[in-house]
Design a protein. Structure first.
Length: 346
């Protein structure tokens, strides 16, 4: 009977040890799983073979330069005529906002869209009836300025000549400044709506003056700028503004104009920073790469390694979740303690 009792005790001890090992193994696997979750974020999924967005403005300027190299006439350009046979033709003539140019002897021609050479041939043909033979008329460009039609909440609406790289401040100054609401001592206009070749771009003036809005494209001549109180796609136009969306647990969720030099913390600051409920351990960024939606989850302390944000990126900061890891670990410890006590009692 004594041997049987000892044998039973050994058997029970082995069973208790097996239970204890099983619980410890479960705790170990849980710890490993938690360690895997703590692995650094893999930002490489956001990379692509597409050119960097920072080069986009350079591409636009290159295209504009290529267009200028053809000497294509645009509203605001000034041309110079030289004719030995009739010196009344000699002089400088401005291309109007509608693209036409008025010349002596009541000649009005469509100039915009033509190269200098093509316009010269057109002018020669227009004056051919005034001469016994084909006249020798030379046409050259004497000035490259750009007509812009400025309307809306400005003091002096009208059409003004702007330099190619002219700022929005120059446009406003030419139009006599923005109208003011003297009762509230505030500017009436909050947005500038720029229409260029059928494309409408809205610029938030507050962002513009704070330096956080995207740079303006070079003027091409013939644009219209309308200063208004409201702005955005809801006005009926198509917006080409480039933005990064900050969503979730930030103070001011919404779209913020893209800036090539800005990092993640710039947009987080523009959105007012995280709320008290923000889970800064599970920030997610969503990006379209090669027509495919990709995302990566990272911690705030890893944000310095995050590639520069691009137009169209979506940053989501979720609310903080209950501390399930701590409660699970407490449960595991409780199970281990129970197993140890049970094994000791056997």
């Amino acid at each position: 009977m004594k041997r049987s009792f000892v044998s039973g005790s050994v058997s029970n001890s082995i069973n208790g040890s097996a239970i204890l090992c099983s619980v410890v193994l479960t705790a170990f696997l849980s710890a490993c799983s938690a360690a895997k979750k703590d692995a650094p974020a893999d930002f490489s999924v956001l990379n692509s073979n597409e050119p960097e967005v920072m080069a986009e403005d350079s591409v636009k300027n290159t295209r504009a330069a290529a267009k200028r190299a053809t000497d294509q006439i645009v509203p605001g350009y000034q041309i110079k005529l030289a004719c030995q046979e009739d010196k009344k033709l000699n002089g400088k003539y401005r291309v109007a906002f509608n693209g036409t140019v008025k010349l002596p002897h009541n000649i009005t021609l469509q100039a915009a869209g033509h190269t200098v050479g093509a316009l010269q041939n057109k002018i020669i043909q227009a004056y051919r009836p005034f001469f016994r033979s084909t006249p020798d008329i030379k046409v050259t460009l004497s000035q490259r300025s750009f007509f812009v039609d400025v309307q809306g909440l400005v003091e002096k609406p009208g059409q003004y000549l702007i330099k190619e790289s002219g700022s929005l401040d120059e446009v406003i100054a030419k139009a006599g400044g923005l109208q003011r609401d003297f009762a509230n001592r505030q500017l009436k206009a909050r947005y500038a709506r720029i229409t260029r070749n059928g494309t409408v771009t809205f610029i938030n003036l507050a962002d513009y003056y704070s330096g956080s809005s995207a740079d303006l494209e070079p003027w091409q001549g013939g644009e219209s700028v309308f200063f208004q109180t409201d702005g955005g796609p809801e006005t009926g136009g198509t917006t080409t503004s480039r933005a990064v969306q900050m969503l979730g647990q930030v103070v001011t969720p919404g779209e913020y104009n893209f800036s090539p030099e800005a990092d993640f913390f710039h947009y987080l600051s523009r959105a007012g920073g995280p709320t008290e409920r923000a889970d800064l351990e599970r920030i997610e960024i969503v990006r379209i790469v090669n027509n495919e939606k990709r995302s990566v989850v990272f911690k705030l302390k890893e944000a310095k390694a995050l590639p520069r944000l691009r137009p169209g990126d979506i940053v989501m900061i979720p609310p903080e979740q209950p501390r399930t890891l701590i409660s699970n670990f407490t449960s595991i410890l409780s199970s281990i303690s129970t197993a140890v006590i049970a094994a000791a009692a056997l």
